[in-house]
Design a protein around this ligand. Sequence first.
Ligand code: NAD
Length: 475
Amino acid sequence: MALKKISFRDSVERMFTHAASLMELSPGLEQKIRVCNSTYTVRFGVRLRGQIHTFTGYRSVHSEHMEPVKGGIRYSLDVNQDEVEALAALMTYKCALVEVPFGGSKGGLRIDPRAWNEDELERITRRFTYELSRRNLISPSQNVPAPDMGTGEREMAWMADAYKRLHPDDINAKACVTGKPRTAGGIDGRVEATGRGVQFALREFFRHDDVMKRAGLSGTLAGKRVVVQGLGNVGYHAAQFLSAEDRALITCVIERDGVIRNPLGINIDALRGHIRATGGVKGFVGGDFSEDGLRALEDECDILVPAAIESVIDEDNAARINCKLIIEAANGPVTADADAILREKGIVIIPDMYANAGGVTVSYFEWVKNLSQISLGRLERRYEEARARMLVEELERLSADTGLNWTLSRGFKEAFLTGADELELVRSGLDDTMRESFKKMKEVWMNNPKVDDMRTAAYVVAIRRISNVYNSLGL
Ligand code: NAD
């Protein structure tokens, strides 16, 4: 008889329990941190195409040790309570690890977004928002959703507008969701943020010889062979930045309908265009197509980037995974059983909790921007430019007066004289977050003999921070 596979939530709990067992937490605190505080299930009807359709949605709040709680809203037919609770728990640990002052939450609607047109999706989303708002499960001060699989800027704009109509006197209404379009109070760089964070995480990894050595890697990202699963928001941006800016070779892209391989590197923008036009990777001329996408996870490569759904690497295929490093761009792509097998094989895993934290980090910046009602850099940008100009002019004057006749290169001068705009500030804040969090994880990983992988290290850092909050609250 086949053994029952471990569920996503059990995987998260097992990883948490392992890390907590290495720590000395006060009695009962481990259980308090582990449990999901509440999960709300809603069923609501919307009249569409001449009949009432009933939809099921969830919003789970894992931990309110900090408020608001934060976490994406997923639209998928696979959404279920177990999944939403696992994702909410991960949000708690993720926020603690990257030091954004939120508790963890997650939501989902059981729906195939491709089965409905834009008007229909808008009506469904507005109704879902109403149901969440009635229970304070969307609110700038208590619970702030964001995009996740199957949702994006468009859905966030509908949710923000629906919330504003219900709370016209709330001056902070815009901050009720993040991931909005710029015109609806969003922030530059949010759409790319999770993929950008994956890139920054890999760049930081490649700055540390000792951790690279553990994965059997050396050198830089240039020329490294990368396999990506899922060319959606996260996967596309990660693949695009890694290939265009770090000269990594994306040798394989796995999508729902199959896989495209090209050992010389796939043109990611062209493939994205093809997917948009045809709905899949089949027929793309820039590589070889095969229908067996799952098998391509086992292709030989340096870095494997699962960026689609959870539990794609489990005890069935883990032994055949043939890479040196896995960066979990998706949430929960590796089950707890697979994790043990991969570690045994010497494969290093950069855990989801850290790897895809770019999204929540930039969401935090957006939330702060909404509350302060001013875009980042608006006050200081021109002031910075004026001071830079003073310095350049003084250097040029000194150079002329002393007869040295130095000239600053045009490129340098232009870059130096331009104050940082919102996008640059967001990228700077994200880069800083990814670097600092990596160092904290690494410190625990390298210095604690009981911690033998980066995931456990990430949990230890997160649990320690959450327990400090609970201890100071006096629970
Ligand atoms: P998305 O819907 O934009 O993209 C998902 C992509 O994966 C799509 O292109 C889809 O076709 C593909 N896909 C789905 N099932 C697949 C399968 N079985 N095999 C191959 N490809 C498949 O979603 P996203 O926002 O990019 O999210 C992807 C993952 O990243 C999820 O696990 C999500 O929780 C996580 N994540 C997203 C964000 C964010 O800001 N969007 C933040 C943190 C974590």
